[in-house]
Design a protein around this ligand. Structure first.
Ligand code: ZN
Ligand code: ZN
Length: 533
């Protein structure tokens, strides 16, 4: 049987497209993905594929493909706004239909959801929830949900970022987002990106995505010769330098600035030089800029590393890594409905919830406490003509995976880790356990995932903190509070969490994608063996 198989490609401009290819049904297993390789190692890998068709090589290519896709995604999408935009395009290109949260559900859309299909919703450009719903889905079928966060530690532009020049140096006022203004951000090449808010002619507003193609800022450390302590004051000693103005400005520049200053509301809040630069890279007239939603980011590209290229070295792994794998897994699952499965006859509901603001406690409308999951579930129940009082029926039959990166064993600090509870690279997903409620996994959930991974040729690792350490937080506890569903905390292991750059095994992206795909396919069948537990 010939079927259409989509494969994501990213062209030189960073535009993502879905390339359809015809292949045989038997080649659809993830280990047999087509020999069409995007981006970084394209030529070398294509040559290898031509030369060597054995299964082991193809297995290896699966991980190369997903790793390279992830590296490109990281470089092209430095901010949470960019990440949501990327996933939106990816979902659009794969037949997912957008549901506008601000509009009533039309009869036409309700009919489509009732028949079964692929959908997504977005709130505020910062949280996104794609899902697959079968035509035969009923509340007692529950839902298989992967929740992860897409915010990453950064430094955001202050409402008034303008600061007095210091001996000609132009400085930029930024505020640490979570642990942003920490020594890890010293001496890095920093770009600026996010959104420019613009007013249209009809009085409405829009956002224009922007990112600087080159680094524009640096937070320099003080050389050791000055005997400064390793602690830097984040308000006074970590102010980014964004330029240097030698002597007086030219007459034209001074005139431009004076004209701008007399009329524009942002003139007293941000450097004219910054606004001029943003106007130039976004192709928005400087007078049309209404507000800025910007942050700094590490411009150094994500890369493979290690003598055998067995690692990824990248910024923002926490947590674009699990998020990326979860969305690709959902898309891979959606492709199965082009085969012998009919979406009309399918009784499942699988969702990916990607939220903002986990790093600052989630208490925003786009964070997990904004409850986009709950309101979307209410909407589905109403479309299916069930009262929202059956919510507990749905959630008590659901499994939510709270996916957030965890701690890979650091060989320099082996004693800081609990023996037999320290994940290693390129092996697989890790379940996080903790008796004190920082994470939500229980042993039913652990066993469920062990069964699913075992049945799919995957492995699962475990992480538990030492008694003299403390677990970090995740969105897991909030999801459990908001739904009452069984939540299992899991994550792909990384080193240097919360630093500006981190590292992990190169296979983690592919292993994560396989893991989430196995979960979406198998969770319902396996979980029915645990009724009442
Ligand atoms: Zn995280
Ligand atoms: Zn974190």
């Amino acid at each position: 049987m010939d079927i259409m198989l989509g494969f994501a490609l990213i062209d030189e401009d960073g535009v993502l497209s879905w390339d359809d290819m015809t292949t045989d049904e038997e080649n659809l297993e993830p280990n047999n993905l087509p020999n069409k390789l995007p981006c970084r190692q394209k030529n070398t890998l294509e040559d290898t594929v031509e030369a060597d068709k054995d299964r082991e090589t193809i297995v290896e290519h699966y991980y190369d493909i997903f790793c390279d896709k992830y590296l490109d995604f990281t470089d092209e999408n430095p901010t949470t706004f960019h990440v949501v935009h990327y996933f939106r395009s990816l979902l659009d290109n794969n037949g997912f239909q957008y549901i506008d949260e601000q509009l009533p559900i039309t009869k036409d859309l309700a009919a489509k959801i009732n028949n079964g299909g692929f959908f997504y919703t977005i709130r505020g450009g910062l949280t996104i929830l794609p899902f697959i719903i079968g035509g035969k889905w009923a509340p007692e079928s529950g839902a298989g949900i992967v929740g992860s966060h897409i915010d990453a530690i950064t430094n955001k532009l202050k409402p008034t970022s303008i600061k007095p020049d210091i001996e000609g140096y132009n400085m930029l006022g930024v505020a640490g987002y979570s642990s942003g203004l920490k020594p890890a951000w010293l001496d890095r090449d920093l770009g600026i990106g996010g959104n420019i808010i613009v007013q249209n002619d009809d009085g409405t507003f829009k956002r224009v995505l922007v990112k600087s193609p080159i680094p524009i800022a640096k937070i320099p450390s003080l050389a050791p010769h000055f005997h400064h302590s390793t602690h830097y004051n984040p308000e006074t000693e970590m102010v980014p330098i964004v330029g240097y103005t030698e002597g007086t400005e030219s007459e034209t520049e001074a005139q431009q600035q004076e004209q701008f200053s007399s009329s524009h509301p942002l003139a007293k809040r941000h450097l004219f030089k910054l606004l001029k630069y943003l106007a130039q890279i976004s192709h928005v007239a400087i007078d049309d800029i209404v507000e800025l939603e910007l942050e700094l980011f590490d411009v150094e590209p994500a890369t493979r590393g290690g003598l055998d290229s067995e690692f990824i070295f990248a910024p923002r792994l926490d947590d674009r890594l699990c998020s990326f794998a979860a969305v690709y897994a959902l898309i891979e699952v959606s492709k199965q409905f082009f085969l012998d499965r009919s979406i009309e006859d399918y009784d499942g509901l699988n969702m990916v919830l990607l939220v903002d603001n986990e790093e600052i406690g989630s208490g925003t409308r786009t964070g997990v406490k904004g409850k986009l999951l709950n309101s979307t579930m209410d909407k589905l129940l109403s479309i299916k003509q069930h009262p929202t009082s059956v919510n507990s029926l749905v959630y008590s039959n659901s499994i939510i995976l709270s996916a957030d990166v965890t701690h890979l064993l650091n060989p320099n600090f082996k004693s800081a880790y609990l023996a037999k509870h320290s994940p290693l690279p390129n092996i697989g997903m890790t379940v996080k356990l903790d008796p004190n409620g920082h994470v939500m996994s229980d042993y039913v959930g652990y066993n469920l995932l062990r069964t699913i991974t075992g049945n799919n040729g995957l492995q699962i690792q475990q992480f538990h903190i030492r008694n003299d350490g403390r677990s970090g937080g995740t969105i897991g506890p909030q999801l459990a509070i908001d739904t009452g569903a069984r939540v299992i905390d899991i994550g792909l292991p990384i080193l240097s969490m919360h630093s500006i750059r981190a590292m992990c095994g190169y296979k983690e992206v592919g292993l994560g994608t396989k893991f989430f795909k196995a979960f979406f396919n198998d969770w319902r069948r396996e979980y029915s063996n645990y009724r009442g537990l």
